[in-house]
Design a protein around this ligand. Sequence first.
Ligand code: ADP
Ligand code: MG
Length: 800
Amino acid sequence: MEKICVAVRVRPPVSLETSGGVFWKVEDNRVSLHRQHDTPVSGTSYAFDHVFEETCSNARVYELLTKDIIHAAVEGFNGTVFAYGQTSSGKTFTMNGSADNPGVISLGVKDIFDAIQMMSNREFLVRVSYMEIYNEEINDLLAVENQKLQIHESLEHGVFVAGLREEIVNSAEQVLKLIESGEVNRHFGETNMNVRSSRSHTIFRMVIESKGKDNDSSSTDAIRVSVLNLVDLAGSERIAKTGADGVRLKEGKHINKSLMALGNVINKLSDGVKQRGHIPYRDSKLTRILQPALGGNAKTSIICTIAPEEDHIEETKGTLQFASRAKRITNCVQVNEILTDAALLKRQKLEIEELRRKLQGSHAGVLEQEILKLRNDMLKREKLQLELEEERRSRKERDQCVREQQMRLQNHNSLVTSSGGNGSHSEEQNSKRQSFCEECSDSNGICQGGAFRTPCSKAAPNAFVVKRSNYSRLPEYSPLPDTFSNVADEDTWLKMNKGYIADLDSLQMTPATKVQSFPLNDGTPGCSNENYRDVQKLKRQLENVTEEKNEFQRKYSEEKILNARLTGEISELRQEVLVIREIPRRLYESVVSSKDFYEDLLCSMKSFAADGESSTAKKLVSISEIGSSLFSTLETNFLMAMDGDKSFSNNDSLVREQCKEEESTCWKEKLSSELNTIKEKYHGLEKDLDLNNKFLETSKEMYDSLEREFRLLQEERDSLLNKVSESSQTLTMVTDQKENVLKDYNTEVEKKKNLEEEIKQFSAAFACRQKSLVSFHSDLKSKIEKLRAQNPVSVPKSRG
Ligand code: ADP
Ligand code: MG
């Protein structure tokens, strides 16, 4: 178990002015809040592994906090270094640095290659990737086309980002160039607090694989694989301070939400191993990716940057509380060695040889036994390995199965949602779209797959030097919801920093995944409407069948009640019949006894008339004859009645059985025919359902392709909008120019008018002068004439 290394770095103040209130004081590895006269504020002193003051250079931070992790990564340990803190506190400065003060990443990269040079007995393969998490979506910074990448988990790779480009590198310069090209694609924005604020979390990752060189006798062929993450988090921010609105606000809320998820994970981890319980790594992509670094198999350092200004005290306290909790986390670090079969055998062989050497000179029997034991061990391991392989294979199959099931389920769900659209189904369009889908999936397939696969990295070497502006258009059109009222706000973030566990479930999940990129019922052409009708029809049929079934059940229960009542009545009647059947027998018995009594009576009467000739005697004889014939008739009748009853009862049971048989066969036939019709209906429904499922699958594909087309159109629209805004700007410029020219023209016209006015005045003055000149001239002439007239001699003769 190893504790996470936590340090705090204080940024130099932005201005040298101090407000004179409180200030943060750094002493050794402790930072505490002090009042003006150097008295500490109680409860605000925090100690960490290191505290770096304002003047500290990136090189020193690297030396004390990162160097060990870098060297351990070369030896096969996973490592993570990340910077945490409020916006503008110096995270990017620490990780990336500047030209004269290189950051942790560039120092680390250089050190890795130096360390590799030093390890002459091992061969290395280094791959790098660079990604950002922007608005809860993972984008590849080395390949702009790899957007919205998914996180997967597998036994072999653990948690990894599928489809991420990995470049094989062999020098620090090459890596730094890649980082430079990746930086171009990173999302930055301007806020009140930082003119170039990082709006995304970036993860620079190096995968270092190494293997002992073949000529090294002590090497075992085991491959060491370690992953090094150097993370520059986007800053946590209080929206009120950053002055963020629109796109910046949305980004800010996403940033705060994922940092809250990170805070939750840290809170849980800091509870100690026993009380930990469930760690919510899955609440954000950031925590999911950093999972091994937080409580897992990685050496981890956290650099918490703070701003010294007094107006950031609350945020600084939050950061320091976060750092205090992070300090309590322990990780379980070990070298990641992959033993291939050959490596395992080689290692065993070395062990055996070692043992042989040790036991030289001792008893051969002991030696043999040891060797035997080792061999057994070896066999056991091989067996275990085989079992493991088998288990892996079956797990893969199971995973595949689950994936397929999920796909089916998704298809089904999307069918149900997409069935609300309207439009007509066209086979031709459908097939076109299907082929388009296939093309898309093919082209995607080239770059998708496990993060540790190299083929992706061999793609077009210059492809990654593309500006994100080429594909990422106006952010106003990003598919995010307009309202973020219940998304992580800054106050929750502040509370979280103080140890409060934020309930992320009550917040909106990644909006982009929840919000549909375009409405479902906007006239999507295709067969969805038909499918919808089919589904409705099937539903109705199903309802009818259910109704029929219910009706049958109701009738059946009525029949049952009637049957029970009739059975009761029949048994009552049977009792009565039995009683009635007893009557002839009883009557017969009473007739027999009456006959005996009658014969006795006649005998005694005959004894009174012993002569036999008297009329009384004669009458007695005839009475006895009548009586005996009457009694014998009664006897035969009753005997007949008794016999008849027996035969009747026999007949009755026969008839009843016959009736029963007929009735049951009739019922059976009726039921079987009904069963057949139900079966037929069921089969029909099943077929319809299959057909419908197929329809729905096709419509789902069409929907996907339409969505893709829609996205393309959206991009086109965005670019057109850009152009429109550009031309509107030019238009405004031209209009401005025109207005200026018009103004100039008007002044010129004004000037011209003034000039004309002046010319008029001038010509009037000129005319006046001319007039006076003419009069002066005529005066002069008349005077000359006068003079000439007065003195004609002195005037010279004119030439003409
Ligand atoms: P963050 O990434 O935390 O939002 P930055 O790293 O972008 O913040 O830092 C904001 C500003 O402060 C940058 O202009 C940066 O050059 C500066 N700065 C941060 N830390 C230091 C430091 N230790 N020394 C000098 N300048 C720093
Ligand atoms: Mg930054």
